[in-house]
Ligand binder design. Structure first.
Ligand SMILES: O=P(O)(O)OC[C@H]1O[C@H](OP(=O)(O)OP(=O)(O)O)[C@H](O)[C@@H]1O
Ligand SMILES: Nc1ncnc2[nH]cnc12
Length: 188
């Protein structure tokens, strides 16, 4: 079994969570937490993400180092800080509004099941720093797009968006201003 097949086999799928089917289709929720319950599989996932950045993201560009990993509230916090530590990069959180102290920059976004506001602490990213944005899943791409806007507002350069899962049918990647890499793609 490949690393990707192992990671995929630990995902679980939950129809009608957090919304039941109504006039519009219910959400099929893909749960990444079973991956974290198995340390070998969790390690496989982290190693895969780090290897992708060092062997693809950086290898294909003149840029030699990622300065900042940005992780999205809340499930991006499960992977982002570990990847940042392994790369010797900073970790910067994007949080839902009202959770971060001090001056913040903000961006409003629409996601698969509602709207929200994201914030990042002002000065957390320095102009021209190279950034990789990480989250567990991309659905509509609204959250990732807002995170990219916050990086851009601070003068950072987003090299790539990384996800464990991408819901391809929602075409989120089309909203984003940098390449997307996802370990697992779902078509339904
Ligand atoms: O591509 P989008 O349509 O924007 O949706 C993807 C986002 O939705 C989920 O987070 P959610 O907002 O449910 O928050 P949580 O991580 O706190 O559960 C997921 O973890 C992504 O961050
Ligand atoms: N279908 C889905 N499964 C898990 N997390 C999500 N976030 C947005 N859509 C999701």
């Amino acid at each position: 079994m490949s690393d990707i097949d192992i990671i995929k086999s630990y995902l679980t799928s939950h129809p009608d969570f957090p919304k039941k089917a109504g006039l519009i289709l219910g959400i099929v929720f893909l749960d990444i937490f079973p991956i974290l319950r198995n340390p070998v599989v969790f390690e496989t996932l982290i190693t895969h993400l780090v290897h992708h950045i060092t062997s693809h993201t950086l290898a294909l560009s003149p840029i030699k180092k990622v300065d900042v990993i940005v992780g999205l509230d809340a499930r991006g916090f499960l992977f982002g800080p570990i990847v940042a530590l392994r790369l010797g990069a900073a970790f910067v959180p994007v949080r839902k509004v009202g959770k971060l102290p001090g001056e913040c920059v903000s961006a409003t976004y629409i996601k698969e099941y509602g709207t929200d506001v994201f914030e990042m602490q002002a000065g957390a990213i320095q102009p021209n720093q190279n950034v990789v944005i990480i989250d567990d899943l991309m659905a509509t791409g609204g959250s990732a797009k807002a995170a990219g806007e916050l990086v851009a507002k601070q003068g950072g350069k987003t090299l790539e968006y990384l996800f464990v899962i991408e819901l391809l049918f929602l075409k989120g990647a089309e909203k984003l201003d940098a390449p997307v890499y996802s370990i697992i793609q779902s078509d339904d």
